[in-house]
Each structure stands twice: as structure tokens, then as C-alpha cells.
Design a protein around this ligand. Structure first.
Ligand SMILES: Cc1ncc(COP(=O)(O)O)c(C=O)c1O
Length: 316
């Protein structure tokens, strides 16, 4: 028997046990449904979850439809979890799962420490990587720390739908996944034909370029002071000062630049009384596009427009 074969035969160290789904929310639904069978306890969710009239809530809808009990843990004005308060909730033994969202594709805590804390209380972690396909482009990938991870294909590619999950527990049986939660074959083909790595590098280049611009636009504060090496942000989240978010949003659109505001509306269960910092972010955030369709040639005009519009908005 050969010690070193001529060619690789199984690539077992490189095989990803992805279960492809119709969307990230379908992936979440499948995980929750499966867990509900064996454990009646609930899930702890981060206190920054949006709602849109058209799309509903990508995070909260699967929780609601699964009927799993839930509560929320606190985040600060930079969307960082309050670890002490979280530990208090973990101690209650009311929860089997914690949901950790890597907002805009950027981890806000040491993921390792977060997962270790949850595991100390026997609680499993689902990493939400819906905002990044290649978070951890260098070094350890997001989605490999927790017990499960969910991803959204359409948010980072030209596909119209699609997602996948990673199950590091090995407990999910993909054969049992209902047909409506499965990925469409055309989406899978389109995904396989997309060079995710090059697209991610372009995203990252655009993010760094916008970082440079913002150094001389003090009214627009990056939500993340620094991003960990290898993160691939979905877009560029900023906090717009002086309550001018809405005005800036509309003026940019008038100038043909289309930002988003994730999330301008939070689900009603996250109340301003209990979660003031989440509501602060929600009221002031603007997400500037840094996606991979933005190429080098577009950046000069993008910068000019951003500067012009920002100056206008803040001189009113
Ligand atoms: C953080 C987060 N997780 C999950 C989802 C759901 O993603 P999908 O549209 O693929 O179901 C969304 C978006 O709706 C999201 O913003």
C-alpha cells in the first residue's frame, strides 16, 4: 500500500460539508426544526434584527415559524455583545442555542471566546455569515468556529437566491430537508461559475478605498474602527452624525448612488426601552456600497459625489 500516492484520491481535509439551501433563512429554518425535535429550550438572538416590508425579517421569520422560544442579548453602539449579560442569560439554562451575527461580514467579538463561553454552559452556537461568503479570506474562516453556520449566496453574488449551511455537529440529515428549503439547480450552477475569491478581493479593495475617503469626512464615522485581517465586508457601514442619515440617503440616491440603511427598522420585539443602543445604530446607520461590481474606474466619480453630497447635507 502506498504511503504517498501519485495523486490525491479523497481530499478529505478539504471537503466542505455544505448543505445547500434556497436561502440563509431556509438554512436557519432547517437547523431550528431539527433542534426542536430533541430539545424544548430556546434560542438567544442578538438585539439588532431588521424588518423590511418586502422581505420580512431574514433572521426573525425562521425563529417565529419554528415556534422556538427566544430572547435577545444586548449589543452596544458598535454591535458588540455584552458578554457579562450574555453569561447571565446562559446561566438560566433556558437556551440550547445562541445566534451570533457577523454583521456586515465583520466579526464584532473574538468568535473563539464567544463560542467558548457558550460551550461552557452546554449551549450551541449558530454563526450567521449571511453577509460574507469568504470572511477570513486569510486565516481562519468565519463559519468554522460555531456548531452551525448559515450563508446567503445571493447577497454576495449575482444569483437571485441560494444559501448553504455548515453543520459541524454532524447531526443534521440533509435527506430530510423538505423540497421547498433546497437550492435551485440553476442557482447552484451560477454559484459554481462565480469566482468568489476575486470578487471578495475587489470588495475588500473597495472597502479600504472608502476608509481612506472617510478620514477627511468626519461627519461620517465608520461603524468599525478596524476590521480584522481577512474580513470581507458586505458594504461600508457608517454612523451619520447630527441626525442627517435620511437626508444623506436621499441626496445620494438623487446623485445615482444607492446606499442602504441596514437596519433602518428593527423588529418590534426589540424595544427602544430595553435596547437603546440598537435603536441608536438603527436611526443613524448608512451602508455605502463597496460591492464587487464597483471597479477602479468608478471610484473617482463615486468619491467626488460622496464628498459633494456630504458637504451639501452638512451645510444645511
Ligand atoms: C444577518 C442576516 N441573516 C440572514 C438573512 C437571511 O438571508 P437570506 O435572504 O439568504 O434568507 C439576512 C437577510 O435577510 C440577514 O441580514
Amino acid at each position: 500500500m502506498a504511503f504517498i500516492e501519485k495523486e490525491n484520491k479523497n481530499l478529505k481535509h478539504y471537503r466542505q460539508k455544505r448543505i445547500f439551501t434556497a436561502s440563509a433563512r431556509a438554512a436557519m429554518h432547517f437547523i431550528l426544526q431539527s433542534r426542536m425535535h430533541s430539545d424544548p429550550r430556546g434560542i438567544l438572538l442578538p438585539s439588532y434584527i431588521g424588518l423590511s416590508k418586502i422581505e420580512g425579517s431574514g433572521v426573525f421569520d425562521p425563529v417565529r415559524t419554528s415556534a422556538m422560544p427566544y430572547d435577545f442579548y444586548h449589543l452596544d453602539q458598535y454591535l458588540r455583545p455584552d458578554m457579562e449579560a450574555l453569561e447571565e442569560q446562559l446561566r438560566s439554562d433556558n437556551f440550547q442555542l445562541v445566534f451570533l451575527i457577523h454583521y456586515f461580514g465583520v466579526p464584532q467579538v473574538s468568535v473563539e471566546q464567544f463560542v467558548t463561553l457558550c460551550h461552557r454552559y452546554g449551549v450551541h452556537v449558530i454563526e450567521d455569515c449571511a453577509h460574507t461568503l469568504l470572511g477570513g479570506l486569510e486565516g481562519r474562516r468565519l463559519g468554522t468556529y460555531g456548531d452551525y453556520a448559515i450563508f446567503s449566496i445571493h447577497k454576495s453574488t449575482s444569483c437571485l437566491d441560494g444559501g448553504f449551511l455548515l453543520d459541524h455537529t454532524g447531526s443534521l440529515d440533509s435527506a430530510k430537508m423538505p423540497a421547498h428549503l433546497r437550492i435551485a439547480p440553476a442557482t447552484l450552477t451560477e454559484f459554481a461559475n462565480t469566482d468568489i475569491e476575486s470578487a471578495s478581493r475587489q470588495r475588500l479593495r473597495n472597502y479600504h478605498t472608502v476608509t481612506e475617503w472617510l478620514k477627511s469626512l468626519p461627519q461620517l464615522k465608520p461603524l468599525f474602527e478596524k476590521i480584522p485581517t481577512g474580513s470581507v465586508p458586505l458594504n461600508y457601514p457608517i454612523i451619520v452624525s447630527q441626525g442627517k442619515r435620511k437626508l444623506l440617503y436621499h441626496k445620494l440616491i438623487e446623485s445615482a448612488i444607492f446606499p442602504t440603511a441596514l437596519y433602518h427598522t428593527l423588529i418590534e420585539q426589540i424595544t427602544p426601552q430595553r435596547f437603546a443602543s440598537s435603536h441608536f445604530v438603527s436611526a443613524n446607520i448608512l451602508n455605502l456600497p463597496t460591492h464587487a461590481d464597483i471597479q477602479q474606474d468608478d471610484l473617482e466619480r463615486y468619491e467626488q459625489v460622496l464628498r459633494k453630497v456630504t458637504n451639501e447635507v452638512f451645510s444645511i
